[in-house]
Design a protein around this ligand. Structure first.
Ligand SMILES: C[S@@+](CC[C@H](N)C(=O)[O-])C[C@H]1O[C@@H](n2cnc3c(N)ncnc32)[C@H](O)[C@@H]1O
Length: 414
């Protein structure tokens, strides 16, 4: 059934929302103030045509926009887009009753994303490589992607051929690719067992095309050159599939905010430390204890630290911080500053321990405004004062947002 609707506002996923007598209707790719002709579905409406366009509507940057599920917001002009992004964080904090200054977002330009998780599948003729269509398992075979660094975008045809070589079934699989200083680091998951002639062909292809490493389900198939990622001035060689911030500029901005806030701390904990994104930078001025759940990732951090010139002492600890968070006693005994950067689920158990501690300077980094707000509320209940929250638009044109929150616990009066 078709209808003509007026869009009132944008939702958290970037959809335009029209208020109707039957409740809100979500219209992807429609903007506030627009009159749109839609085909009504059960939960969403499909945009058929824009009858009156918003002055904020702009030409999308990519030919695949609206078909590829990777981007939701290329049709909104820069200022309004940034307001919407910042609003996602403001709203998440407001919902938890948190009153804090939210800075303007740190922007990441197009062509800056060094890491992507593609979906690939072998077909009878060739292989598909791209991203899933929105809310679908259908692969959109992409020819361009203005989000990716040029080296990664230019490698799409090569990666498609590689995907065809390693696919051992007709099922879709994940191809994680990172542009590193020593070449592309390619990590396939779910492509099937790579053996015999297919394995040999993939190895020869990687060597001939300068690919730094190919791994399948965590096993290194070939590694002509160790993938190297610069963390500040320290070169780190991450294990296959290790977490890496998607955009180098975003990582630099987050690290600068964290380092600035922890500048007066002498002994710092980096919780959910990954390959040492924060630890290896903080170690220029402070002793750092890095805690991380993945052994191979932690080993990479440890190795990098040993080769990093002029760094202070860095100790490492493998620990499941969901199950066994650092207790407030451990925190109080050893640290006057800490940063924590958990996965999307947040760090509720760890936040409860930090809340009880007397660690003075705390920085919280998160890729999920909702769990960040929950964890900040726990810290604030424990006596921390939130000084500032900085949105970092690491996931350009998508509804995802990174943020750094800076907190301090006032000293107890004697
Ligand atoms: C968002 S990443 C941040 C990594 C690093 N701080 C960075 O910026 O690159 C989260 C990290 O937490 C680790 N992790 C996930 N669950 C964990 C757990 N239960 N205990 C400890 N570490 C965990 C992951 O391996 C990953 O390295």
């Amino acid at each position: 059934m078709s209808a003509i609707l007026t869009i009132a506002r944008l939702g958290a996923q970037g959809d335009g929302i029209a208020d109707t007598p039957r409740g809100p209707v979500f219209v992807p790719f429609a903007l506030p103030g627009e009159r749109v002709n839609v085909a009504l579905g059960a939960k969403k409406a499909d945009l058929v045509s824009v009858l009156e366009a918003s002055p904020r509507r702009v030409e999308p940057a990519c030919r695949h926009f609206t078909v590829c599920g990777g981007c939701a917001m290329q049709h909104l002009d820069g200022d309004a887009y940034r307001d919407w992004k910042r609003g996602l964080l403001v709203e998440a904090l407001r919902a938890k009753g948190i009153d804090v200054e939210v800075a303007p977002p740190v922007s990441c330009p197009p062509h800056s994303r060094r890491r992507a998780a593609f979906t690939a599948r072998r077909t009878e003729r060739a292989a598909l490589l791209g991203f899933n269509a929105a809310l679908s398992h259908r692969i959109v075979d992409i020819e361009e992607c203005p989000v990716l660094v040029p080296q990664l975008a230019a490698a799409l045809p090569l990666l498609r051929r590689l995907a065809g070589l390693i696919a051992r079934t007709g099922d879709a699989f994940r191809l994680g690719v990172t542009h590193t200083a020593s070449g592309l680091d390619v990590a396939a998951e779910g492509s099937g067992r790579l053996e015999g002639r297919a394995r040999q062909a993939a190895i020869e292809f990687c060597i001939a095309n300068g690919i730094a490493r190919l791994s399948v389900d965590g096993e290194i198939v070939i590694e002509p050159r160790k993938p190297a990622v610069m963390v500040g001035a320290v070169a780190v060689s991450p294990p296959p599939g290790a977490f890496l911030q998607a955009v180098g500029e975003a990582e630099d901005a987050m690290a600068a905010a964290v380092a600035g806030h922890l500048a007066r701390a002498k002994r710092v904990a980096d919780l959910f430390a990954g390959i040492g994104t924060f630890a290896l930078r903080l170690a220029r001025d402070s002793e750092v204890h890095a805690v991380e759940g993945d052994a191979a990732t932690l080993a990479a951090l440890d190795r990098a630290h040993r080769f990093g010139a002029g760094l202070k002492k860095v100790t490492v600890e493998k620990r499941d911080l969901f199950v066994r968070p650092l207790t407030y006693k451990e925190l109080d005994a050893s640290f006057d500053g800490l940063v924590f950067d958990p996965p999307r689920a947040g760090a509720e158990a760890q936040a409860r321990q930090i809340a009880r501690s007397q660690v003075r300077f705390v920085a919280a980094v998160s890729c999920n405004p909702l769990t960040l707000a929950r964890d900040l509320a726990i810290l604030i209940d424990g006596g921390y004062v939130a000084k500032q929250v900085i949105p970092v638009d690491q996931f350009l044109w998508s509804p995802h947002l990174e943020a750094v929150a800076l907190l301090e616990k006032p000293r107890k009066r004697r």
